[in-house]
Design a protein around this ligand. Structure first.
Ligand code: HEM
Length: 256
């Protein structure tokens, strides 16, 4: 085997793959949150943004393939490392569990990972493939002409009058269902929890978690994950509290 191959088949190689793929996924979820928060600026912004992403064509596909590849690498590396650790520990003696130094976040990495994976499949079925949407508003969501230009850094990215998918109504009507909102809130809560330990492990792998930095980095990770959670919570919570309403009266009435 060449040196590159043996590096990535080694335990440290897999840890690096896990940290790098995790970093890519963090980049995706943070970018996704920042984009989604445009729901608070109104339908023109969110629908314009979604249309802008779709006009990126091949670039969008490169990003999508990158995210799928990062998910696959992350899951593969996590599985192999877990099996290796288990084999290295050997059988547990007299019921002694090797979790004394482990935190709740670190011990629950596998279960939070599975639940976030299940959420992701549901989320794609709900918003991307439209499979899990309520029939009463499915048809109303297809066409929506932008009333104003959508701008990126001052430049017109999508012109007024362009027919777009009505992502704004899709999100608001989706979150009006308390069970849908509840599942989103639980899933992003678990994802945020997963990220707390993820950051710790990543810093450890990159050799940044030395004594002097460890506490500070942990505080920054916890702060980051809390802000991330609150940002995601804000959307379903605003819908359930009636702060965000469907913008097309006919659709809103049909859905009541
Ligand atoms: C309240 C939280 C969230 C909202 C409002 C939201 C909203 C959306 C919407 C509207 C779409 C479809 C965009 C379109 O078809 O144009 C989408 C796609 C997607 N979301 Fe989310 N999302 C949320 C949280 C998350 C989280 C936490 C993850 C990751 C774990 C995630 C991962 C994805 C992925 C992978 C796609 C597919 C992107 C693509 O088609 O290229 N989302 N989301």
């Amino acid at each position: 085997m060449n040196s590159g191959g043996s590096f990535f088949c080694s335990s440290i190689g897999r840890k690096i793959l896990m940290a790098v793929s995790g970093l890519m996924l963090i980049g995706f979820v943070v970018g996704h949150l920042v984009g989604n928060l445009q729901v608070f600026q109104g339908p023109e912004h969110l629908n314009g943004y979604a249309e802008f992403l779709h006009t990126m064509g091949p670039m969008l596909w490169v990003a999508r393939i990158g995210v799928v590849a990062a998910v696959l690498v992350h899951v593969w590396a996590a599985t192999v490392l877990t099996l290796e650790n288990r084999a290295a520990r050997g059988p547990e003696v007299y019921g002694f569990k090797h979790t004394i130094q482990a935190t709740l976040a670190s011990r629950s990495m596998r279960i939070t990972g599975y639940i976030v994976g299940a959420f992701l499949l549901y989320h794609l079925a709900h918003f991307t493939w439209g499979l899990a949407q309520v029939d009463t508003f499915k048809d109303s969501l297809k066409e929506y002409p932008l009333a104003t230009d959508y701008r990126v850094a001052g430049f017109v990215a999508v012109k007024a009058g362009t027919i777009t998918k009505d992502v704004y109504n899709m999100v608001v009507l989706g979150f009006q269902n308390v069970f849908v909102s509840g599942f989103y809130i639980v899933a992003v809560g678990l994802l945020s929890f997963h990220l707390v330990h993820g950051f710790d492990s990543m810093f450890q792998t990159f050799g940044l978690r030395s004594g002097r930095w460890a506490r500070g980095l942990r505080l920054v990770s916890i702060l980051f994950c809390t802000v991330y959670f609150l940002g995601n919570l804000a959307m379903p919570a605003a819908v359930l509290l009636g702060k965000l309403q469907p913008h097309t009266p006919a659709v809103a009435a049909a859905h009541k």
